[in-house]
Design a protein around this ligand. Structure first.
Ligand code: ADP
Length: 499
């Protein structure tokens, strides 16, 4: 602290004594300690000077005419500008009563005359250091208060819910937006276990539940993103779709002291999504009727006696109408999935081996055109009865087999097989085509996703087939996965429950 005294500024000491000789003596003594000195010869003058120069310490003589030291001290301690300046009394008086009096008026110390110069310097230094520490502390407190106010303004103004949780899993900060989202007031949420206030359930139609992202952030000490929306259960049992994150909080030593949770209300996004899906659904339905008309007309046209050019044109028109019907059906399926509606499955007992044979039959022309050998695996069972929606299952298998043909290259070979594993039927479709680039494999079932090599080899495609197929299989409580190597081939697997 003494070093800080030297470093910061030269402390200023005001000496008050009505005897000039004493003033000189004290002044010279204190200058040795490199203090700046100011002097006053009576109480009134001392008050005025103290107000003006704001000394760091006052050495105040008690026995002075007019206003004595005690009176002067009383006035100094009553004024906001001077009340924090430490005062040391200097006097020949040594009665206990006088000492008590001095302290009562707010003095920090009392030195009797004649004084020992070493003792005087030591006491002055001690009180100056104390004063400096106090000033520093006050300054830090003020700074802290300012920082806290700044933080509060940010937390109040921020449009995300911000919740801070300590290591005991208690909520220690709950900003106004968190209150607005959850319905809990800050004071209701504070000091409660976060699990009492923040409860999540997966959105309708979503199988993924990452609602324990807060716990995971605390356990793993890594930021966890809530990138799959969850429904936050509000105080009055409402449900608000939210996204956000939970990040561990570290102290200066790097130890985790808790976790900060940020939640964003995505109700508006969900509303827009819903409107978009409804629009797609209505537009698709409206488009379907005239398109079916076109398809019929071209079919009728093809039955007429046409010359070869005319037949080509009619066939072209028919194929285009077919592709559009397929696309519209896909868009309808997507809007169905996106709005969280369950597929209306009409389940029945279906022999999927027969179903696969029939699909292979349908796609045989297509395979021939692409020079692809399309075969059933030798070990395929004679029969495999599964309780599924026949038309939707046909749609799924057709999509996978059609893709296997479409993404074949050169002289391709597509094998379709099925095996039984415990209580499950596993259908596989294996090709030796272009494969799926390793770095794009994790995105394969995303809506509209098409791998770079697929776009190059086959311009015609929407990237919707796999997304829909996966949703249909999952609606049957089944699953899909694949193995693939670029330029070697791909095998897709579809698992369906037998009972
Ligand atoms: P589309 O075939 O219309 O592009 P899909 O949703 O059926 O849409 O397939 C999505 C993407 O998955 C394809 O664009 C392609 O990149 C990849 N893919 C699917 N099946 C295969 C396959 N058998 N071989 C290679 N890539 C495939």
């Amino acid at each position: 602290m003494a070093d800080e005294l030297k470093e910061n500024k030269q402390p200023l000491v005001l000496i008050v004594d009505d005897t000039i000789k004493n003033l000189q003596l004290l002044g010279n003594l204190l200058k040795e300690s490199s203090y700046k000195i100011s002097a006053a010869t009576n109480g009134r003058q001392a008050i005025e000077v103290a107000k003006q120069i704001q000394p760091d310490l006052i050495l105040l003589d008690v026995m002075m005419p007019e206003l004595d030291g005690f009176e002067t001290c009383k006035i100094l301690k009553s004024m906001p500008e001077t009340k924090n300046i430490p005062v040391i009394f200097l006097t020949a008086k040594v009665e206990a009563e006088d000492i008590i009096n001095g302290f009562k008026e707010g003095a920090v110390d009392y030195i009797t005359k004649p004084f020992n110069s070493y003792e005087l310097k030591a006491r002055v230094q001690t009180h100056l250091e104390l004063k400096m520490s106090k000033d520093l502390l006050n300054e830090r407190l003020l700074q802290l208060k300012k920082e806290k106010n700044k933080l509060n303004t940010v937390l109040t103004g921020i449009s995300d819910g911000v919740i801070v949780i300590n290591n005991d899993l208690d909520i220690i900060l709950f900003n106004p937006m968190a209150s607005l989202l959850s319905g809990y007031l800050g004071e209701e949420a504070m000091d409660k276990k976060y699990t009492e206030i923040l409860q999540f359930i997966p959105e309708q139609g979503s199988k993924d539940n990452n609602g324990d992202f807060i716990e995971n952030a605390i356990i793993s000490q890594k930021t966890q993103d809530l990138n799959i929306a969850q429904l936050l259960i509000t105080k009055n049992n409402g449900k608000i779709p939210v996204k956000g994150s939970a990040s561990p909080l570290n102290n200066e030593e790097g130890n985790v002291t808790g976790c900060v949770v940020v939640l964003r209300d995505i109700s508006k996004e969900r509303e827009i999504d819903k409107m978009k899906c409804e629009f797609v659904s209505i537009a698709s339905h409206q488009l379907k009727t005239p398109l079916t008309g076109i398809k019929w007309m071209t079919e009728l046209l093809m039955k007429q006696s046409l010359n070869s050019d005319q037949m080509e044109f009619a066939k072209g028109a028919h194929q285009s109408a077919d592709r559009m019907v397929k696309l519209i059906n896909e868009l309808l399926d997507v809007s169905h999935i996106e709005t969280g509606r369950k597929f209306d499955l009409k389940k029945e007992k279906v022999d999927i081996i027969k179903l696969l044979e029939s699909i292979l039959q349908d796609l045989s022309d297509n395979a021939q055109r692409k020079n692809v050998e399309l075969l059933l695996d030798k070990e395929i069972p004679a029969e495999m009865i599964v309780d599924v929606d026949k038309s939707k299952t046909r749609q799924v298998f057709t999509n996978f087999i059609d893709n296997a043909i479409k993404y074949s290259k050169g002289k391709g070979k597509v094998t379709v097989g099925c095996r039984r594993e415990n209580n499950e039927a596993i259908v596989f479709i294996k090709d030796n085509g272009i494969g799926i680039p390793q770095k794009q494999q994790e995105r394969l079932f995303e809506k509209f996703f098409r791998a770079d090599n697929a776009v190059l080899s086959e311009t015609d495609g929407t990237g919707l087939g796999l997304y829909i197929a996966k949703a249909i299989v999952e609606a049957h409580n089944g699953s899909v996965w694949f193995e693939s190597a670029e330029n070697k081939g791909t095998t897709f697997y579809i698992k369906l429950l037998l009972k």
